[in-house]
Structure formats: structure tokens, C-alpha cells
Design a protein around this ligand. Sequence first.
Ligand code: ADP
Ligand code: MG
Length: 438
Amino acid sequence: MSAREVESIFADIVERARASDPTNARKWFDDLRVIRFDGGSIGIACPDEASVRFLEQNCKGNFTRIAQQITGHLVSVDFLLSNGDSSRPIEALSPGPALHTDYTFDNFVVGPSNRLAHASCVAVSQSLGTTYNPLFLYGNAGLGKTHLLHAVCHEIRRRPGGAAIQLLSCEEFVNRFIRAIEQGNLGVFHSQFRTVDALVIDDVQFLREREQSQEEFFHTFNAIYNNGRQIILSADSPPAEIPSLEDRLVSRFNWGLVARIDSPTYETRIAIVQKKAHLRGLEVNDEIAEYIARQVHANIRELEGALTTIYALATTTHEPVTLELAQRALEGQIRLATRRIGILDIVEVVAKHFNVRLTDLQSKRRSQSITAPRQICMYLARLLTKLSLEEIGGHLGGRDHTTVLHACTKIAEEKEADPKMNALLTELARQITQTFLI
Ligand code: ADP
Ligand code: MG
């Protein structure tokens, strides 16, 4: 919907409100401006606090009823304090969720790690509610989930038809829900969320251990889904692995398409560094892009961070950006990061992978089911920490250094001989290091 259409709808609302409430209109309705219209709610700016208080208390119901009649939607009305800048054009006051301008499909580098997620987002943005519903994206932090959700919304907004979108973090959804309960206006809350064409909620793992919010989410989901409207969700893990998420939500989240985003490959990382540099008007040559891509593996936000660090150093020292400078800039951070990996980080990942108990790996038990994962822990500890053989042995069942050395040699040989073992060790190392590497 264009700014002019929003203004015109708003003028109709005020005109009708004046007619139905002439006494209050004379004193309170003159200086109102529309500053938000996102399909679910209308934000009206008032000149001062007193007006906000008065209008919220005495005129909200009337305005809401009229707004609903005029728009034909169950919209809510909020009176807000104006920031005083009455010259601000309504275009600048986003009619809809605020979208990150860089987070578009054009700026998203597609590679094997995110191809499915990207393709499904493109498909959904082209035909809401019909291809994959819900669409559920998951992956570790910093791999582009939020970017893709914003890209879908940019794309929907670009198309004619004025589809109403709600995009928000799950935390915000929960907070608004709690506020609605406190203020006794759940009806308004429902109308904001249950009448949209697309509901896009980021980081739904936030629902864990929030029973009441899960209940509300369940009903919101059903209302939107049953109306054939689109639902897009993201989380840091697949539905079934979100702790204490109710089964009925897990099953609904699995109804459509669940798309995983993995850590980017080396080639994708290079392309992302170049894309990000380009967006900021920086020049990176291939050598430096490749260097950054080699240093940072698992998190794209950190890839950008590395780029920033390098350019910050170049700016402060007035030096040209060379490979040597890039190395100097990142070196300290990487050393610091590697030092932070502790034996427990390794044991946790390995225990989870082999489905054994953490305490068993650290115990003296010698059954085969424990010995093999424990040897892998030893090998990885040798590789990723600065601990001595004695220290590693001490943490893993009180073994002496020859046992640890034997384990490391054995696993290294298996890695050479068996591509499966090689892949497993790479994956475990990736999981362990991803939160630590810059
Ligand atoms: P998440 O929500 O999964 O934690 P974000 O969407 O916030 O991750 O992404 C972190 C940063 O990485 C953002 O700046 C985003 O633009 C960038 N990013 C992630 N994936 C890509 C990609 N494939 N191409 C370009 N930039 C990406
Ligand atoms: Mg995110």
C-alpha cells in the first residue's frame, strides 16, 4: 500500500471518528498523524503525553472499530508519542516491519550449504501459502537465517498487491503476548497476528520452556494456516530438537518444508567476503579474500567481523591492505580463540554424537562403546587445545600419557585409512570450534 493510500485511509478514519465523537474531536483529534500501517496495526502519533494517555483511555475503542470497518481487517490502533518531526514523510515511516536494507536475495550468496533454504525462500515469496507451508529454516548462529527471512519480506513487499506481513523475533512475539495479557487486550493481539498474509517469526527456539506462549503460538499457527496464509519460521535446531517444545508444535513445524543451513564451504566463504566488501565499497583482492575464508569457518557474521578488523587496522595505521596486514589483524584473535577451547567443549560434542554420557567418557570404564569415543576425545584435545598428554589423560579417566599418545596415533591412522572417520573427525572439530573461531 502506498503512503498516499495510507494517508487517505487515515483521513477517512479521523473524519468518521469526528462525526461520531464531536466533543472529544474538537480538543484532541487535530494534531494526529499516521506513522505506521502494517496491515495488522495502525500507529497514530500524538503531539504530547497527555494526548496519548487521553486517547488511549477514551478513544481507542471507537477508533479501532472505525478502522476495522474502513479497512475491512481486524486491525488494532495504537496512540503513540510523536517524535516531533512532523515533516518526516510517511514513506520513511515504514508501513510494515523494518527490514534490513542489505538483507536481500541479491546480496545473498548461494552455495551448497544454503541452496535448499534459499530456493525455498524464493519459492515461498513468489506464491504465499501454496508451496511450502510452513517453511522452517534452521542452522547455527550467523549462517543467514535472519538474512533470508528479511529477503522474503523484501520480495513480498516489492510485489503489487500489498500483502500484509508480520516479521518479528519470537522473543518480541512472546513479549507482545505477555503485554497484551497484562493490558487485557488479547483481542487486539490476536487480530494483529491472525489476519496477516505472511507471519514470519525468527528464532522460535525462544519458545522453549514457555508453556503459555507455546499455547498462544499454537492457536496463532492454526488460525493462519487454516486461512491458507503463509508461515515462515527459523530456529537454531530442527523442530524435534528444540528442548521442551510441545509435540503438537513440533509436528506442525514439520508439516511443510524443513530446510537446513550448514556452514558455508570455502568457495562460498570467499564469495561472501567479496560480496560484503563490495557492499561497503571496499576492495579485497583474491589473496586476502582467500586468507579470510581460510581463517574463519563456521560463522558468516564472524567472516564480516574479520573483514572489519582488517580494515580498521589499515585505517588506524594508514597502511595499505596487504596479506601481511590482514594476518597481523587476525592473528591475535585466532590465538585467543583457540586457547579458549577446553576439554569439556570437546567431551560434550563427542558425547552427544555417540550418544554416551559425559561422565562415562571421564570415568575409568573400559567397555568398547566408551573407549572409542574417548580415544576420539583424546585425539581432538591434542589437536584443538594446548593441554599436555598428561593433562588430557587426567581429564579422561585418569589415563597416563602413553595411553593418550597411543589413542592419538590410532585415531590418526584410522583417519588416514578411512574416509568416513576422516569426515567424522572434521565434522566434530567443526562443531567444537565453530563458537570459538573468530
Ligand atoms: P542468523 O540469523 O542465522 O544468525 P544472519 O542472517 O544474522 O544469521 O547472518 C549473519 C550475517 O551473515 C549477516 O550479515 C548476513 O548478511 C550474512 N550472511 C549470512 N549468509 C550469507 C550469505 N549466504 N550471503 C551473504 N551474506 C550472508
Ligand atoms: Mg538471526
